[in-house]
Design a protein around this ligand. Structure first.
Ligand code: CP
Length: 299
């Protein structure tokens, strides 16, 4: 997906598209060090999470990462903030910069919202923009794959489901291809785009190393799905029967939240091949790594 990205002089982490593969690996390696018990503290630092869209994992794992690093997280409540009086994203961010925060995490519905923030000097961490990117999700996905397989080159991944509405699919595919992975897409044609070569799900489950499921994003659909949830599950959902046909060492990933009984059978979410909760755990370490590198002037 070609985007007009102008943030190269901005600090923090806005997209992985402007980082080299070695730079991406540096973040993953630091996250692995944190997971193994290494620690660092930034007393006196303060950061804020600005979430203009709902979130559980990203918002609270950034908060957990801040606490683990001795950074004080400020709470921001969109519903009771001056955003409700019409304050723009720029003015809200400029306000927190003036208040003296050391970092700002932002999730926003607008693609590349950070192009409006080019004059902001405080590091900004993208918690998801429109349908473009979710860089810390991509990093935690890559960390999970790296822990499992020890490398990326030659691995086959199928992104399955609501590709066109998914910032995770678009962000993951770009970096995965750069790291030498073969990226396929599967699921309903209604949700397909050019993110990868199309493969039917029943073929994908037998050939892939990674089945990377995506949530059906009902809230982003302009038109209702033209099939029922039950029919979606039967045709495009990861059922136990499909899991039984996966390769011995293949794994299942999903950024979550999951729609049990739609893109994934409830019992599959916590089956032996599922790495969904490991992804969430790794998200804290990845966010610790990203915050640390920014505070050390490396991002
Ligand atoms: N995976 C993810 O971004 O989850 P949240 O929307 O809960 O943050």
């Amino acid at each position: 997906m070609q985007k007009n990205i102008e943030e190269v002089l901005m600090r923090g982490l806005l997209t992985l598209r402007t980082l080299s593969s070695p730079e991406i690996m540096d973040i993953i390696e630091l996250a692995i060090r944190f997971k193994k018990g290494w620690s660092i503290n930034f007393p006196g630092k303060k950061m804020v999470n600005l979430f203009y869209e709902n979130s559980t994992r990203t918002q609270y794992s950034f908060q957990m990462a801040m606490i683990n690093l001795g950074i004080t997280p400020l709470s921001f409540n969109l519903a009771s903030s001056s955003v409700q009086k019409g304050e723009t994203l720029y003015d809200t961010v400029r306000t927190f910069e003036a208040l003296g925060v050391d970092g700002i995490v932002i999730r926003h519905t607008k693609d590349v919202y950070y192009n409006d923030l080019k004059t902001i000097k405080v590091p900004i961490f993208n918690g998801g923009d429109g349908t473009s990117d979710h860089p810390t999700q991509t990093l935690l996905d890559l960390m999970t794959i790296y822990e499992e397989f020890g490398a990326f080159e030659g691995l086959r991944v199928a992104l399955v489901g609501d590709i066109s509405h998914s910032r995770v699919a678009h962000g993951n595919a770009e970096v995965m291809k750069r790291l030498g992975m073969k990226v396929f897409v599967s699921g309903p044609e209604q949700f397909s785009d050019k993110t990868g070569e199309y493969i039917p799900l029943d073929e994908a489950v037998e050939k892939m190393d990674i089945i990377n499921l995506l949530r059906v994003q009902f809230e982003r659909h302009e038109q209702a799905m033209n099939i029922t949830k039950e029919e979606y599950h039967r045709r495009y959902g990861l059922t136990s029967e499909r899991v039984a046909r996966m390769k011995k060492n293949a794994i299942i990933m999903h950024p979550a939240p999951i729609n049990r009984g739609i893109e994934i059978a409830s019992e599959v979410a916590e089956c032996e091949k599922s790495r969904i909760y490991k992804q969430m755990e790794n998200g804290v370490y990845i966010r610790m790594a990203v915050l640390t590198m920014a505070l050390e002037g490396k991002l």
